[in-house]
Write a protein of this length. Structure first.
Ligand SMILES: [Zn+2]
Length: 359
């Protein structure tokens, strides 16, 4: 598929290769000064240096030579303000599974709070609670951490083992499931392509998907894109045979309503991440754009918000708290480097990908 061909030249199989490829690519496109911003082999270069934008960076740029590795270039990384607010990590009741996802959801909601407030209400009562909370937080009467804790308390009441308090780690998949898992946007049928028999339709199109590590690759070992995986997921061999003719039945999933969000939880960061997706709903394509990635590594989740215009903002509830750090403007080719959290000095890979309805 074209996705595979586009990325064939540069996509590495591990973080180091990806970063090396990114550096080479940036030098080719933007020159050495930009590539120098990205951590390559020095484990000491990470979020701390990346925060040097604005006046600090100017001062340092004046003092240091252009070849210094840890000084962001003013040319490519103009100081940006107005980044999406993040949530401060709770060191008493570990909260990063919530913080990372909510930072992305808050940014989506903020694009058009009236429209997204309505949409969030259609996803689940918990996502509706988030929209109401984001509104209160914008008015300044609550904090985003209060909003998080309200939803978190509801989850804890539902299942205190899956959604623990204290110094315990919460599964991103479980939080995603509690937020998005109940909504149904379409039907699920089995069809025999030989005799044309279709069984009765049952509700079965969820906007939350789990991509298992072995499902992200072809039998030949090359990676699928999210879009390819999704299409295959929605039309696959069911494992059952037709009661009429014995032929293998296909399982078909079709959306009949437009889900506002599509969320993919990954068991491995190795999948080709599309910047856009589309879902056919009653023969009309609903368009989605990549709006955030949650990264996982060293038992902590961080997030990257991607605006519709390509602006990328990094947030870590521990390191950056309520602030987000501007990472750059994503060019179409940069999608290849989104599988790993390059801002972070540790290895963090994509653990969940959030797409938002584009219109
Ligand atoms: Zn049949």
């Amino acid at each position: 598929m074209y996705d595979g061909e586009l990325v064939g030249e540069l996509r590495g199989v591990n973080r180091r290769e990806v970063i090396a490829a990114y550096r080479a690519y940036q030098i080719k496109v933007h020159g050495e000064s930009v590539a120098a911003n990205w951590p390559v082999n020095d484990p000491g270069i990470g979020i701390g240096s990346w925060k040097l934008v604005g006046e600090d960076a100017k001062r340092l740029n004046n003092k240091r030579k252009a070849s210094d590795d840890d000084v962001p270039s003013q040319k490519s990384n103009k100081p940006r303000t107005g980044g999406p607010p993040g949530l401060r990590w709770d060191p008493t009741d570990y909260s990063c599974a919530y913080d990372s996802l909510l930072t992305i959801l808050r940014a989506i909601w903020r694009v058009d709070s009236a429209k997204w407030g309505h949409r969030f209400g259609s996803v689940s009562r918990h996502v509706k609670t988030l929209a109401n909370g984001f509104e209160r937080a914008l008015e300044g009467v609550r904090s985003l951490e209060d909003v998080r804790d309200e939803v978190r308390r509801a989850f804890w009441i539902l299942d205190s083992v899956k959604f623990p308090k204290g110094h315990a780690y919460t599964s991103l998949g479980d939080v995603s499931d509690a937020l998005f898992g109940d909504a149904n946007w379409g039907v699920h049928v089995h069809k025999c392509f030989r005799c044309g028999i279709v069984d009765h339709e049952i509700a079965g199109f969820r906007a939350l998907k789990y991509i298992a590590v072995d499902e992200a690759r072809t039998t030949a070992g090359s990676l699928f894109s999210i879009s390819e995986w999704f299409n295959r997921y929605n039309l696959r061999v069911s494992g059952n045979n037709c009661a009429n003719c014995g032929h293998a039945l296909m399982r078909i999933k079709k959306a009949t309503k437009v889900p506002p969000l599509l969320v993919f939880v990954l068991s491995s960061p190795e999948v080709i991440i599309n910047r856009e997706l589309s879902v056919l709903v009653e023969d009309v394509a609903a368009k989605y754009y990549l709006s955030g990635v949650v990264y996982s590594g060293k038992k902590h989740f961080t997030s990257r918000v991607i605006k519709r215009n390509g602006d990328m903002w990094y947030n870590d509830g521990i390191e950056t708290g309520r602030e987000s750090v501007f990472e750059g403007v994503m060019q179409s080719e940069d999608i290849q480097f989104i599988n790993y959290c390059l801002t972070d000095e540790t290895t963090r890979g994509a653990a969940a990908i959030v797409y938002a309805l584009a219109e």
